[in-house]
Design a protein around this ligand. Structure first.
Ligand code: MEV
Length: 309
């Protein structure tokens, strides 16, 4: 007996961090990276096999608390005991790089367990369980990463409001680059909370402007204005840097992309490491930007075509 569950990575185009404060975000599913969890029947205690750990479930390390907790909560929902199966998690989403790997691990594992025990999983239940994992991983999640695990299309997301899917109607390419440095979403989210206590006016103004830029970016996408989208991305990166969630590596890659052909570039996700994105007019530019980013220190790049043919 065997069952699997999968989930995609995601890329936040605009609105990371400000989304925690009720501003909108625009995110896209990123199927170039994904997670697959497999549950197999064995006899005896449950085992866990993933990038960070191989061994008995009961001895999994603290850093996997979000995963182990969501497995326990899912079994509670399914009214099944923690025994007689193995869990294998395979991922091509780089962990802790702002691509939503923690939410995707949770979603893939919940889906695999529901498939294994042949129970129907509603979107509401998937979201509720994924959110438990995200609260442990990120402290105060907006719910964006959770929402993205069940979406096949780009989303315009505002915390606590119905999710709005929309078309990526923009003729451009996105180059995604990994700094190779582990991102620190929880710390970055906390640091903005602290900053908003120390300098409330400046922080609130920056967060509002990020929200405005996100709305403008959505219009630029809908009206196929890639050059304007690039400008909004650049402004968003400056504000995120001002809020203290960029770092040297991200700024270097952003500068390298802009010095090549990029229409715009910014960090994506939690920041302080992790990934950045650059917008390219066409495939040739995207290839040139990707090469420049690898030369400037990126450990990996992906090219993603936006819009329709
Ligand atoms: C993390 O992928 C996105 C953040 O905006 C945090 C959140 O939305 O919960 C940084």
């Amino acid at each position: 007996m065997k069952a699997t569950g999968t989930a995609n990575g995601k890329i936040i185009l605009m609105g990371e961090h400000s989304v925690v404060y009720g501003e909108p975000a625009v995110a896209i599913p990123f199927p170039a990276t994904s997670i697959e969890t497999t549950i197999k029947k064995i006899t005896g205690p449950v085992t866990l096999d993933c990038f960070f750990y191989h061994g008995p479930f009961s001895q999994a390390p603290e850093r996997l608390l979000n995963v182990t907790t969501v497995i326990m909560k899912t079994l509670e929902k399914l009214q099944q005991p923690l025994e007689n199966f193995s869990i294998t998690i395979k991922s091509t989403i780089p962990a802790e790089r702002g691509m939503g790997s923690s939410a995707a691990v949770a979603a893939a594992t919940i889906r695999a367990l529901f498939n294994y025990f042949k129970k129907e999983l509603t979107t509401a239940c998937l979201m509720e369980l994924t959110d438990i994992s995200e609260k442990i991983a990120h402290g105060n999640p907006s719910g964006l990463d959770t929402a993205m695990t069940s979406s096949q299309s780009p989303l315009f997301f505002i915390k606590g409001q119905p999710i709005i899917p929309f078309l990526l109607n923009v003729s451009a390419y996105l180059v995604v680059a990994d700094t190779g440095v582990t991102g620190q979403t929880k710390e970055a989210v906390n640091s903005i909370a602290l900053l908003s206590q120390r300098s409330p006016e400046k922080t609130t103004a920056a967060i509002h402007t990020l929200g405005k830029l996100t709305r403008q970016a959505k219009s630029a996408i809908e009206q196929n204005r890639p050059a304007d989208l690039g400008v909004y991305m650049n402004e968003a990166h400056h504000l995120l840097d001002f809020l203290g969630v960029s770092n040297k590596e991200l700024n270097q890659l952003v500068a390298a992309a802009l010095a090549t052909d990029a229409l715009g570039a910014k960090l994506t996700g939690g920041g302080r490491g992790g990934c950045m994105i650059a917008l390219a007019d066409n495939k040739t530019s995207a290839d040139r930007i990707s090469a420049a980013l690898l030369k400037a220190g990126a450990v990996n790049t992906w090219i993603h075509k936006m819009g329709e043919d």
